[in-house]
Design a protein around this ligand. Structure first.
Ligand code: ADP
Ligand code: MG
Length: 181
């Protein structure tokens, strides 16, 4: 990351699984990572965010919105299920879902949410594993975890993006330490 006032995250690439692993050590670093990812997202991308409560899914989404230049503050759509962020100068809207409270996959479809998935906006889905079987294979998959109890501000972030590895590699080259495993 290129903000001199922040500790830089460490990154590594696991070629066998094509997974990029990035460790952030503060909320701001996760926002910055989100900004970088957001600046790379093509129209129509579906971003899957998983990880426990408090892992940083919504924080990362706020960075995505900034990187995409979308309008409006990002807050958790836990109760509304969906928050729409209109496009900024880049012309791509962000649809931010939180499907934690959905009773079933069917509810996602009954609410008409699947229409967003085939549109030109970027869809970000928190707790996507609850509906994963109904989502396309080539989504950007991001899993955030809090791994070490005595480092409460550290998050280990795994990213997979089948079919778009070149974009993942661009992300890895932005990090300070890139270590192929
Ligand atoms: P989720 O949406 O996964 O439930 P949130 O993004 O709402 O989680 O909240 C993450 C919380 O963790 C925030 O209070 C944030 O300040 C805190 N935090 C601490 N360290 C980090 C980090 N490295 N990345 C993201 N959030 C962090
Ligand atoms: Mg959240």
């Amino acid at each position: 990351m290129n903000r001199p006032d922040l500790d830089r995250p460490t990154t590594s690439v696991e070629p066998s699984t094509r997974t990029l692993v990035i460790t952030t050590t503060s909320r701001d670093e996760t926002v910055e990572l989100g900004r970088l990812i957001g600046s790379l997202l093509p129209a129509g991308t579906i971003v899957l965010l998983d990880g426990d409560l408090g892992a940083g899914k919504t924080v990362l989404t706020s960075g995505l919105a900034e990187g995409m230049g979308c309008l409006g503050p990002v807050s958790s759509p836990t109760f509304t299920l969906l928050m729409e962020h209109p496009p900024g100068p880049k012309g791509i809207a962000l649809y931010h879902f939180d499907v934690y409270r959905l009773e079933s996959v069917d509810e996602f479809f009954n609410l008409g949410f699947d229409e967003y998935l085939s549109g030109d906006g970027v869809c970000v889905i928190e707790w996507s594993s609850r509906i994963r079987s109904s989502l396309p294979a080539d989504c950007l998959e991001i899993e955030l975890s809090m791994t070490i109890p005595d480092r409460p501000d550290e998050r280990v972030i795994h990213l997979k993006w089948p079919g778009h590895e070149h974009l993942l590699h661009r992300l890895s080259h932005e990090g300070k330490e890139t270590q192929p495993c």
